[in-house]
Design a protein around this ligand. Structure first.
Ligand SMILES: Cc1cc2nc3c(=O)[nH]c(=O)nc-3n(C[C@H](O)[C@H](O)[C@H](O)COP(=O)(O)OP(=O)(O)OC[C@H]3O[C@@H](n4cnc5c(N)ncnc54)[C@H](O)[C@@H]3O)c2cc1C
Length: 417
């Protein structure tokens, strides 16, 4: 006898799953979320950089120039870190990532993904307002800082590339940068201010607030292992700590763990993982930051968060379940100390998150190709916090037969055959 029967079970309570659940609920569906932690935002959605990147256009691509590849391969590019012992396992995925990163693809992906990125911020604002969580959002944008003339030239080139996409940005000289962020050191030669994106002082708290809204509206968040998902006579069933849940439809929103459920159902999507770390620090004296600052030449970000200044790293290429390593953070921390007067570490160990990445750096949003009542919403790479709410809208529109607010075809699972 099932514990309960709902219209939809959403597997995964990160930003992507919670957002899909809220949008389905708003369309009259009874919804339960199942997560193995029994809580929202217990993995990657908890500890990210907190930028709602409305300005995002171009995907993070695999380097294509020989010199850049060599630097990355030798772990000499601080923006990424390779765990060599993982290479035999992750090489096939890296190869697909390399192939998908051609200059032509980069432009095609930018054009295909832009409508989703551009619609992200209003969706967050609507959730945050309804959840009473607007205080967690800031409107000061974020700054990409450069240290050298080479960095400045790269920033100017990027702005030119972004111009046709209507992205608002302003180049800052040293004095303008100092006026906005007076505690950055002289190492910061200038920057680019992206004013449009909102940022959050606590991404985990933001997602938990959205999940609380889902509960207030009658939704249930249950503790359970999504790998127990099985087909039933009229849909799906999944085991939870409170008993078996039956659902007419199921949504896989398990981020980096989505394949754990999909492989047994016969789907082999090329889902890779770019891992990333964070550490919180105090600040010396009265030093403070007003917004996230990306050190462009080193690829880490310093963000003012409720727990202190959060340093987030770029990509670590490792197996999803490899033990955490402090190598990448240890390499970046001294560099960060030359940019801003960081004080003591506030955690004993770095936090580890897993960005779920498909080779083309676009999510899958839509129906599963071979199961009528199975839906997919995963692979949100570097932008899951940004894209979760809008992806949830798009998915819910497809599931309920509404006219989609934007063309869902670029995000179809069918692109992987
Ligand atoms: C260092 C770092 C910085 C980042 N900065 C940003 C940023 O500034 N802006 C941005 O937009 N994005 C950023 N991202 C990316 C973003 O955090 C992710 O894309 C996003 O959190 C993915 O959300 P998700 O809901 O798909 O996955 P997750 O948040 O990882 O959630 C997956 C959920 O599935 C659950 N789960 C797993 N296995 C099972 C199972 N067997 N049964 C039940 N439940 C299970 C987990 O408990 C978890 O709750 C960053 C990522 C990292 C690592």
């Amino acid at each position: 006898m099932p514990l309960a029967k709902v219209d939809v079970v959403v597997l995964g309570a990160g930003i992507v799953g919670v957002s899909a659940a809220l949008h389905l609920q708003a369309r009259g569906r009874s919804v339960a979320i199942v997560d193995r932690s029994g809580a929202a935002a217990s993995e990657t959605s908890y500890g990210n950089t907190g930028i709602i990147q409305a300005e995002a256009v171009f995907p993070y691509t695999f380097p294509r120039k020989l010199g850049e590849i060599a630097l990355a391969a030798l772990n000499r590019d601080p923006r990424a870190h390779i765990r060599y012992s993982a290479l035999p396992s992750i090489a096939p995925w890296l190869w697909r990532y390399f192939l998908a990163s051609s200059p032509q693809n980069r432009i095609a992906i930018a054009n295909a993904a832009r409508p989703l990125n551009a619609a992200a911020l209003p969706e967050h604002r609507a959730f945050a307002k309804a959840a009473g969580a607007e205080a967690l959002l800031r409107d000061e944008g974020w700054i990409k800082v450069y240290r050298s003339e080479r960095g400045r030239q790269a920033a100017l080139a990027e702005i030119e590339e972004l111009r046709p996409f209507g992205v608002a940005s302003r180049v800052l000289d040293r004095a303008e940068l100092a006026a906005m962020e007076p505690h950055l050191t002289e190492a910061a030669a200038g920057g680019v201010h992206f004013s449009e994106p909102a940022t959050t002082s606590d991404p985990g708290a933001l997602v938990k607030a959205y999940a609380a809204l889902f509960r207030e509206r009658g939704g249930r968040l249950l503790n359970g292992d999504a790998r127990t998902l099985t087909t039933a006579a009229d849909g799906w069933s999944v085991a939870t700590a409170e008993g078996t849940l039956a659902a007419r439809e199921a949504v896989v929103a398990l981020g980096a763990w989505s394949s754990d459920v999909l492989v047994p159902l016969g789907y082999r999507f090329p889902l890779g993982v770019k891992r990333g770390y964070h550490m919180h620090y105090g600040a010396k004296g009265d030093a403070a930051l007003s917004r996230p600052v990306l050190d462009a030449e080193y690829g880490y970000v310093l963000t003012p968060m409720t727990r202190g200044i959060r340093l987030t790293t770029g990509a670590e290429f490792a197996r999803r379940d490899d033990k955490p390593s402090s190598a990448h953070l240890d390499r970046l921390e001294p560099v960060a100390r030359t940019l801003f007067p960081l004080a003591e570490r506030r955690q004993s160990e770095p936090w580890l998150g897993r960005r779920p990445c498909l080779p083309d750096m676009m999510p899958i949003i839509g129906p599963a190709p071979r199961h009528k009542s199975l839906w997919l919403d995963f692979g949100h790479h570097h932008l899951g916090l940004t894209l979760g709410p809008m992806s949830g809208r798009l998915l819910a529109e497809m599931m309920t037969g509404e006219k989609p607010s934007l063309d869902p075809r670029p995000f179809s699972a069918a692109r992987f055959g």
